[in-house]
Write a protein that binds this ligand. Structure first.
Ligand code: PNW
Length: 478
């Protein structure tokens, strides 16, 4: 009672965007319609043993056919922004050549529907669904994939640049590179440490080439960003070996992307730490400058921090880094670093709830990139939600999670960070990658037998926060 926050401390700036996020493969379904061909996630999810229960995104939540109702629901809830991704193989089925008009038309209809409801669209070009043909030609470890991505970006920019203002090149390139080609828990499921670093470099290059391509075809008012799942990496002790382990993981999680994108260079320490894995000879003159193409904003996705310590070379037991089950590490050259479970309550993903981590992440990037507007492009929690006998879904845990994390965002703003918006992950329950449909991140409940949507109590709560721009006292609406 001694520290009741003042009204202003829980009120957000008037122009703050209150959004929800989704991605194409996780919600659209309709995987064989209007000329779409398989992406690496179609191939991966249809490969036995890759996803929980063999689940796929074939139908997902059928958003491709239900987008009008979904947009109406967003508007009814009170959201002012929506972040979605474009499926590359809908636009360019082979990853090359001219755009498929029917594919682009879907996104044009979606955007127009959003704008008609006063909801600001934010378009992500790549949320992990690489056309399978490009993977067959080598995928992200090959330089050509970056060139193909820039062409795809130009096609989408030409088609939608007149009506979408906020653009994101890549979502979480760390996952694409290190879960896709290192630990193999994401598509395409390869487990080759050198390939994962080659992929990371070509994703950096792809980002820069795409940003320049977008600039050349879009109105100057549009803004271009990237969404990083930058990690908050904490050492388990102040022991120099643990501090060094944390720095190495920070390079592999963060510096490998924000180095080229924000600072014009890879961290020197990254080269040294990965020397046994790769010689980096695929980094050509000018690549890092290309990757450093001017950004207008930075998107940060946050779920939980990492806690690490050094070993003296002993082979660690089962990994506890929360990145899925694999015998292969997503941390090239860092097999001797141990990951620990952070203390505290956890969500259904096993991820510890730690809102201070979000504050630390925002304030770190406010320092790394002074003056660059920040968006929280994903934050949220999975819980085992179930409808009650009246069909209502009560999720007080999610409300508490959102409340605590929004309070952390507000505190970072008070301390000087320029955070312009927040996108809850996710608008509705959806295909949670290797975990399939078992993990529900939605503010809106989806009954997978009927695909009926029911706002959970968190959706109503969040809508009220969006409408008032104010965070109510903790616990008030749970
Ligand atoms: C992000 N990890 O995925 C994605 O952008 C979303 O598509 C996804 O649904 C959401 O977070 C929840 O998982 C991640 O292992 C997947 O560190 C894995 C990790 C991080 C983010």
């Amino acid at each position: 009672v001694s520290s009741v926050p003042s009204v202003s401390s829980v009120t957000f700036p008037p122009a703050f965007l209150w959004g929800a996020a989704t991605s194409a493969y996780q919600i659209e379904g309709a995987v064989r319609e209007d000329g779409r061909t398989p992406s690496i996630w179609d191939t991966f999810s249809h490969t036995p043993g890759r996803t929980a229960g063999g689940e796929t995104g074939d139908i997902a939540v059928d958003h491709y056919h239900r987008y009008r109702d979904d947009v109406a629901l967003m508007a009814e809830l009170g959201l002012t922004a929506y972040r979605f991704s474009v499926s590359w193989p809908r636009v360019q089925p082979t990853g090359r050549g001219p755009a498929v008009q029917r594919g682009l038309d879907f996104y044009r209809r979606l955007v127009d529907e959003l704008l008609a409801h006063g909801i600001k669209p934010s378009l992500t070009l790549y949320h992990w669904d690489l056309p399978q043909e490009l993977e067959d030609a080598g995928g992200w470890p090959e330089r050509d994939t970056a060139l193909r991505f820039a062409e795809y970006a130009r096609l989408v920019g030409e088609a939608l640049g007149d009506r979408v203002e906020l653009w994101t090149t890549l979502n979480e390139p760390w996952c694409s590179a290190f879960l896709g080609y290192g630990s193999g828990v994401h598509a395409p499921g390869r487990t080759d440490p050198e390939a994962s670093l080659r992929a990371a470099h070509h994703l950096n290059l792809a980002h820069g080439l795409a940003a320049s391509a977008l600039r050349s075809v879009m109105p100057a008012r549009n803004r271009i960003a990237v969404s990083l799942n930058s990690s908050v990496v904490r050492p388990r002790s102040q022991d120099p070996a643990d501090l060094a382990a944390a720095r190495r993981i920070d390079d592999l999680a963060n510096g490998v992307f924000h180095g080229p994108m924000l600072h014009g260079a890879y961290p020197e320490s990254l080269f040294a730490a990965t020397a046994s894995v790769t010689d980096w000879s695929y980094v050509l003159d000018g690549d890092v400058r290309t990757a450093g193409a001017q950004l207008d904003a930075l998107g940060l996705n946050y779920y939980t921090p990492a806690l690490v310590s050094a070993t003296s070379g002993a082979v660690p037991g089962p990994r506890a880094d929360g990145h899925g089950a694999s015998d292969h590490s997503p941390w090239p050259g860092a097999d001797d670093v141990l990951f620990h479970q952070t203390p505290g309550e956890r969500t259904e993903m096993g991820w510890t709830i730690d809102p201070t981590g979000l504050y630390d992440l925002i304030t770190r990037y406010a320092r790394e990139a002074p003056g660059l507007p920040l968006y929280i492009t994903e934050n949220g929690a999975a819980y085992d939600d179930k409808p009650d006998p009246e069909g209502r879904v009560h999720d007080p845990e999610r409300i508490a999670y959102l409340h605590a994390h929004l309070a952390a965002v507000r505190r970072a703003i008070t301390d000087g960070a320029d955070v312009r918006g927040y996108y809850l992950w996710s608008l509705m329950d959806n295909f949670e990658w290797a975990y399939g449909y078992g993990k529900r991140f939605g503010a809106v409940y989806v009954d997978y037998a009927t695909l009926e949507r029911t706002p959970k109590s968190s959706a109503r709560w969040y809508g009220e926060v969006a409408r008032t721009g104010t965070l109510p006292p903790a616990g008030s609406a749970a």
